[in-house]
Design a protein. Structure first.
Lengths: 170, 196, 163
């Protein structure tokens, strides 16, 4: 084979290699777009609601009456939520429940601590978490290392904000 | 104590051993069984509802946290009430130290309304009941700590002298002496109620 | 019989008024009451004390007692450094490890036999099955916590005690 032919084959092969992603990637993206959305997993309350009344009462009867009564009330309140709000909460719960268990525990701990803060502090801490969640990581870190952050929030509040802004699902 | 009662007590210890092995359901069973009696006992000692529940929770928390080292050397209920008594009496001593004097003249906010199932109590009945209740609470609160604990265990938990002795860490004869003096004081303060 | 007060055995009077004495001893005591006003009076006073203590009603335990307790247990549940270090090496009890190993083996075999790379299978609803009430309670607790950080100005962002 003449040298020039071999060279043109090599060049053509190289061009194919370079151009291949431009062809393959859109196809893959299209494939992913065509793929059905990630399945929505029912939570235990959804499954509870699909049980028959007899099955539900049977399960509740295994608990102390006061506790069973409270669970009934809470389920009723959940079922009576505004549908959009309920859907948003279910989505968030689904994301949360798919996190690693140790991360879930951190989130639970910080949310409980948040709840126990004086109610006057809730808006400020809440707002700070929401703002930091929107930032890219380097900026989030820089913000939390700032004097302004340290003087505006107590050490406990700083820890709550740090972890919730990092891990709390949207 | 009857065989059935002894078997029940053994069963509690058995449940606790299962908790030690990691069985959370058994802890739930123990909680269900003893929640009310521990909380009520602590309430009658400290006479504040919110505090009583916090302390009662602390009791079960300690039970849970010490599950790894649990050994059934005593009946489960004895151990449980030993923790409860210890926590409640510590709280009382701390409160007494902080407050200086005990304020039992105020009618507490968590006094329940009289539950009368067959007729509505009149306002007068309610007032009479409240006054009586305040006297009873005062009489019990006036007892020295260990006498108070002994009476409450003896009266409301129907514990025998031996068990009370183990809870309080003293001899049976000391318990008899505590109860003797406690009931004597209560008779002196409450006997007039029999004349109303 | 000997006088309980004189012999410093008033616990007998306490037991009598509590109905704890056997019938024979109770009868002997009642015969003694006929000749001892002091014992009779003490027994009457003790009965009044019992009645008063019986009348001492107390508030019921709060409905959320257990929930708060379990929250405290959860928030304090942190393995010690030793537990974390030895977790991997801790032998599992045989009655747990054997079925667990068998299940793992079966799952592995099933996975190897059934694995077929291909498009994602669309989700189908799981078969209806029983959910325990305490599982629901745990989910409610988590939802309760997550609701604190709902989107701004949404109906979801309400007081956490609302659920």
């Amino acid at each position: 084979m003449p040298c020039e032919s071999r060279r043109s084959i090599v060049i053509q092969f190289g061009l194919c290699l370079l151009l291949a992603p431009a062809v393959v990637l859109p196809a893959r993206a299209q494939q992913e777009a065509d793929r059905p959305p990630a399945p929505f997993v029912e939570n235990s309350i959804d499954r509870w609601n699909r049980m028959s009344p007899e099955e539900r009462e049977r399960e509740l009867a295994k608990l102390p009456p006061a506790r069973a009564r409270l669970i009934r009330q809470r389920i009723k309140r959940y079922n009576q939520m505004n549908p959009q709000a309920q859907q948003a909460l279910r989505q968030r719960y689904q994301t949360f429940s798919q996190l690693p268990p140790d991360i879930q525990q951190v989130i639970r701990k910080r949310l409980r601590e948040f709840r126990q803060l004086p109610s006057a502090r809730h808006p400020a801490v809440h707002q700070e978490v929401e703002q930091l969640r929107l930032l890219p990581e380097p900026q989030r870190q820089a913000s939390m290392n700032s004097d302004d952050f340290r003087t505006s929030f107590s050490p406990q509040e700083q820890q709550i904000i740090r972890d919730l802004s990092a891990y709390l699902p949207n | 104590m009857g065989v059935a009662a002894a078997a029940t007590l053994d069963y509690d210890a058995e449940l606790m051993l299962r908790v030690k092995q990691g069985d959370g359901t058994s802890f739930g069973v123990l909680l269900e069984k003893h929640r009310a009696s521990v909380t009520h006992f602590v309430y009658r000692l400290v006479q504040e509802q919110a505090v009583a529940e916090e302390l009662a929770q602390e009791v079960f928390l300690r039970v849970y946290r010490s599950r790894a080292s649990y050994e059934p050397t005593a009946k489960f209920k004895t151990w449980l009430f030993r923790i409860a008594t210890h926590l409640a009496l510590n709280w009382i001593r701390d409160e007494r130290h902080e407050r200086g004097t005990e304020r039992l003249d105020d009618v507490p906010a968590d006094v329940p309304a009289r539950q009368v199932s067959d007729r509505r109590p009149s306002v007068e009945d309610q007032l009479v009941y409240q006054v009586k209740l305040a006297e009873i609470r005062k009489a019990v609160a006036a007892l020295p700590d260990k006498q108070r604990a002994a009476v409450l265990m003896h009266k409301y938990e129907e514990m025998e002298y031996a068990q009370i002795a183990k809870v309080l860490g003293c001899s049976e004869s000391a318990v008899k002496s505590l109860l003797f003096r406690a009931y004597e004081s209560l008779r002196a303060r409450l006997a007039h109620m029999g004349r109303t | 019989m000997n006088c309980p007060i004189e012999t410093r055995h008033t616990e007998m009077l306490v037991s009598y008024t509590a109905g704890e004495l056997d019938q024979e001893t109770a009868l002997m005591l009642e015969r003694h009451f006929a000749v001892c006003p002091a014992c009779r009076s003490t027994a009457t006073e003790q009965s009044v004390v019992w009645k008063a203590l019986d009348a001492w009603e107390i508030p019921p335990v709060s409905l959320d007692f257990d929930r708060r307790l379990y929250n405290r247990i959860d928030s304090g549940a942190r393995p010690t450094w030793w537990e974390r270090l030895t977790l991997s090496f801790r032998p599992m009890p045989l009655r747990q490890s054997v079925p667990l190993a068998a299940t793992a083996g079966l799952l592995l075999m099933a996975g190897l036999l059934l694995h077929q790379p291909g498009p994602v299978v669309s989700f189908t609803a799981p078969p209806s099955h029983i959910v325990r009430a305490d599982q629901v309670e745990t989910t409610l607790d988590d939802l309760d916590l997550l609701r604190q950080f709902g989107p701004p100005n949404s109906a979801e962002s309400v007081h956490p005690d609302a659920m």
